[in-house]
Design a protein around this ligand. Structure first.
Ligand code: FES
Ligand code: FES
Length: 153
């Protein structure tokens, strides 16, 4: 299949990408752009490790074709400074909300999306927001505590 050039914004910088129309967003992010904070776990939409922010909303990048991102603004954890994200990252560290860290960037994307939409979520809302993200080693309580700690008082 012929390649197609798409133009999108990645972490605030406009990029043109020549890609196979069958290519997934997660592969463009990781392989074309070398942004390795976005992980691949299942490639089937189940684990959330590949979560990124697209036009302000969290999205699993293994479920999106890159070609559908024409004109979109994509944010990954790499090279992104934002008050909400910095609060979340600090809280994840201080509550030991990760062990191997494989799920962490996806968890941070889901938590970021939640706090942008709802700056003061309750525990149930936090649980729901990260329900599409799997963690195999930390357990979810420290992650929930981290998100609670990141809520601006
Ligand atoms: Fe995308 Fe698991 S790699 S949800
Ligand atoms: Fe290891 Fe979540 S910290 S999978």
């Amino acid at each position: 299949m012929a390649d197609r050039v798409i133009t999108l914004s990645i972490n605030g910088a406009e990029r043109q990408i020549d890609n196979d129309p069958r290519q997934l967003l997660v592969d463009v992010v990781r392989e074309h752009l070398d942004l390795k904070a976005t992980h691949i776990g299942c490639l089937s939409g189940d684990c959330g490790a590949c979560s990124v922010i697209v036009d302000g909303e969290v999205r699993k990048s293994c479920l999106s074709l890159a070609v559908s991102m024409e004109g979109a603004a994509v944010r990954t954890l790499d090279g992104w400074v934002d008050d909400v994200l910095v609060r979340l990252q600090s809280a994840f560290i201080s509550t030991n909300a990760f062990q191997c860290g494989f799920c962490t960037s996806g968890m941070l994307m889901a938590a970021y999306d939640l706090l942008r939409r709802n700056p003061c979520p309750d525990t149930l809302e936090i649980r729901k927001a990260i329900s599409g993200n799997l963690c195999r080693c930390t357990g979810y309580e420290p992650i929930i505590q981290a998100i609670q700690q990141a809520i601006e008082k």
